[in-house]
Ligand binder design. Structure first.
Ligand SMILES: [Mg+2]
Length: 466
């Protein structure tokens, strides 16, 4: 009995850069807009569909500056999106100016540069524009001379310091050696009385809110008091992103959650200095001498990256490698659509899992967006092996769809296939991609088996290359 198991988180090889690797496809609404009033990029999109690489070249030739989002584009969590380094190298070879523009405020430009370098991405410090930096730049543009009360990480603090702006956060108030501000007392026990005794630093002239994993109710109370009681106190948000993709299928509450809490407490709105706000693009154009008509933004969020590009007259490209799903793309208004989106094969970041068991001449396969259903599949099958037809759907809510997929697989590998599919039924593109990737997995498994002197397929029935 030969028995082999492979369990993978699916990350396609992607030897070509992400924005060049796959077909760029027109969105449905972009197609609908062809003709009079066509979007500037729509005619290009026609060519992109039919002549992939030539049309991508044409798109690249039409712009001199590429503004790249980071999370969900260059990397997801701490994992580099395959092809990123090669894509950036090509952009540089073509003489494009690159700006890495991220709403993430957790790091300063210096710390971001270290992250880029840890991922083997060569980058100049001035090419990195995180919102830790734009928050400081905004205050500089306001000729700000006072102190900042900061809800955020040291990354923002570092950028404020680089701009010559002093800051203080809740922990520092609590740890104040004099203790006269009342913060320590409030931290020990929050009561209406202790909050009432909190002494505000009258030199504070702005509250800046960024991502802060140590955000607390007491810190929010202090921020709200500053905003309500200190004359002329500025209120700055690094971004309003509601959530971020952690890369493991889980969404992390974003800075927007913290900003909305402070806004509610203070009874006023913050100025958003990140993507999604109105201040950022004019600043970028002036600071970096960008001509919007000669620039393209590549980002994974409709409400920030694509919104900034559409409002500012930039070309826009949406990779489906981050927070925006294909289903969401189909639902938005045409004015909110990107000029281009990267098509199906970016589904690697949906974290598809393949589990394949070779048991005698049977293949037991599980495909899904979650791992670890292998045991269920094994336990369910032994007594049915002899009577199992050539292709059988063991599980799956979409029986016809799964059965036809298993029949195609069985035909290509030349042996019985038991298939379990756990994929969204409303995403046919993802299913098609999963099937292609599964064939690649089977091909690799066959090569391993052959090297070990074993046989996966029947004689004369090798696994077909996808
Ligand atoms: Mg992003």
């Amino acid at each position: 009995m030969s028995h082999a198991t492979c369990t993978h988180r699916c990350l396609p090889a992607g030897s070509r850069p992400p924005v060049l690797r796959r077909n760029l496809m027109k969105t449905a609404a972009t197609r609908a807009q062809e003709g009079p009033g066509t979007l500037p990029g729509a005619q290009l999109a026609v060519k992109l569909t039919a002549h992939d690489s030539d049309a991508v070249d044409e798109l690249l030739q039409s712009v001199s500056t590429l503004v790249l989002d980071c999370d969900g584009v260059l990397w997801v969590g701490d994992a580099l999106v395959p092809g990123t380094v090669a894509a950036l190298q090509r952009f540089r070879q073509l003489g494009k100016r690159l700006l890495f523009l991220t709403n993430n405020s957790s790091k300063s430009r210096r710390l971001y540069r270290a992250k880029f370098e840890s991922l083997d991405i060569a980058v100049a410090p001035e090419e990195i524009v995180p919102t830790s930096y734009t928050a400081a730049a905004y205050l500089q543009s306001r000729n700000f001379k006072k102190k900042v009360y900061l809800i955020g990480t040291d990354g923002v603090g570092e950028e404020l310091a680089a701009a010559g702006i002093e800051h203080v956060n809740w922990d520092q108030l609590v740890g104040s050696p004099t203790g006269i501000n009342g913060a320590a007392e409030m931290q020990r026990e929050w009561t209406a009385a202790s909050f009432g005794r909190l002494q505000l630093d009258q030199s504070i002239g702005a509250v800046v809110v960024g991502w802060d994993p140590n955000f607390s109710y007491s810190s929010m109370c202090c921020a709200a008091a500053c905003l309500r009681e200190l004359p002329g106190c500025e209120f700055v948000a690094t971004n309003l992103d509601p959530a971020d993709n952690m890369g493991n299928g889980r969404m992390m509450p974003g800075t927007g959650c913290i900003v909305r809490a402070v806004e509610t407490a203070a009874g006023r709105e913050a100025v958003n200095v990140g993507k999604g706000g109105s201040w950022l693009l004019p600043f970028l154009c002036e600071q970096y001498d960008i001509l919007p008509s000669q620039a393209c933004i590549i980002g994974d969020r409709l409400d920030t990256d694509i919104a900034l590009g559409r409002q500012g007259g930039l070309q826009t490209v949406l990779p489906l490698s981050g927070v925006t799903t294909p289903a969401q793309l189909l639902e938005v208004e045409s004015a909110q659509l990107p000029h281009y989106h990267l098509a199906t094969d970016v589904f690697q970041d949906q974290h598809l899992h393949f589990q394949i068991v070779v048991l005698d001449r049977q293949l037991f396969i599980w495909i899904g967006t979650e791992p670890a259903c292998l045991n269920n599949l094994c336990l369910a099958t032994p007594t049915r092996m002899d009577s199992m037809p050539a292709a059988t759907s063991l599980l799956g809510r979409d029986a016809d769809d799964v059965t036809s997929m298993s029949q195609r697989l069985a035909k290509r590998v030349g042996k019985s296939v038991a298939l379990s599919v756990n994929l969204p039924s409303n995403q046919p593109e993802m299913r098609a991609f999963a099937e292609r990737r599964l064939m690649q997995e089977l091909r690799q498994l066959e090569l391993v088996q052959q090297a070990a002197g074993l046989s996966v397929g029947d004689p004369g029935g090798p696994v077909a290359a996808p």
